[in-house]
Design a protein around this ligand. Structure first.
Ligand SMILES: NC(=O)c1ccc[n+]([C@@H]2O[C@H](COP(=O)([O-])OP(=O)(O)OC[C@H]3O[C@@H](n4cnc5c(N)ncnc54)[C@H](O)[C@@H]3O)[C@@H](O)[C@H]2O)c1
Length: 252
């Protein structure tokens, strides 16, 4: 394959992946490290973060782990600064950290509403504001946010679907504002992916959901990771402002 049509530019990219102690974030970190990227791992949970770091290093990858809560402005700024001081640039930010706190709206307490907005939408805002400074100076960069199929609405997820719809709107707006600075902004919209986030969903609901998936199975974190790699590489050089569905065919 010709040099200009490959993922070779991932090598030596400095990539920050939030929530990379588990699930989709961890699979993404491992994939980027295997392509030769310098990967900044970050998570709230230090134990799983160290496990991710150990696995990547064992496979010969280059990574650095930072414990941070993305819903806190000072943590997001510290995280980005530490990565910049270590590696001197930031090519890609993957705003993957996310949580659910499901309950019907009629029973939803304000703190449960706020927490989900703060981590998903607030975390994306804080990390992006901190990282775009460096991308703007370099006049290049790729920001990849995580929305969800649930942004179209899902019973029991008023807080989560509001946050994920917000991330979609934020992505579209940032693609417009940052595009002239050479920065691409996209989001990924997974359907049902097997991770801790979906572990808690009762089997009956999983089976109902599965029956609606044209590919007739749920997705794996690695299958989402491959789409993140695409959006970070020059293979998507003219792609900005999209939500890439990774849903096994469920339409949005
Ligand atoms: N799994 C799915 O089916 C699915 C579907 C649609 C969207 N998504 C989105 O994909 C992303 C990854 O989800 P996942 O399924 O891998 O979840 P996961 O729970 O397996 O992993 C998420 C990681 O984020 C970390 N995290 C949580 N809050 C944080 C915070 N405040 N600061 C830093 N780290 C924090 C957790 O400790 C965890 O390690 C999320 O944004 C999620 O909303 C997942």
């Amino acid at each position: 394959m010709s040099e200009s049509y490959s993922f070779s530019d991932i090598k030596d990219q400095v990539v920050i992946i939030t929530g990379s102690g588990r699930g989709i974030g961890k699979a993404t970190a491992k994939l980027f490290a295997a392509q030769g990227a310098k990967v900044a791992l970050t998570d709230l949970d230090e134990d799983v973060l160290q496990e991710s770091l150990g696995e990547i290093q064992k496979e010969g990858g280059e990574a650095h782990a930072i414990v941070a809560d993305v819903s806190k402005k000072e943590d997001a700024e510290r995280l980005v600064l530490e990565v910049y001081e270590k590696w001197g640039k930031i090519d890609c930010l993957v705003n993957n950290a996310g949580i659910t706190r499901d309950t019907l709206f009629i029973r939803m307490k304000p703190d449960v509403w706020q927490k989900v907005i703060d981590v998903n939408l607030g975390g994306t805002f804080y990390c992006t504001q901190a990282a775009m400074k460096y991308m703007r100076k370099a006049r290049k960069g790729s920001i990849i946010n995580f929305t969800s199929l649930a942004r179209h609405g899902n019973p029991g997820q008023a807080n989560y679907s509001a946050a994920k719809a917000g991330i979609f709107g934020l992505t579209k707006t940032l693609a417009m504002e940052l595009g002239p600075m050479g920065i691409r902004v996209n989001c990924i919209s997974p359907g049902f992916i097997e991770t801790r986030l979906t572990d808690a969903i009762p089997d009956k609901i999983v089976e109902q959901f599965k029956s609606r998936i044209p590919l007739q199975r749920v997705g794996k974190p690695e299958e989402v990771a491959m789409t993140v790699l695409f959006l970070a590489s020059k293979m998507s050089s003219y792609v900005s402002g999209i939500a890439l569905d990774v849903t096994g065919g469920i339409g949005s």
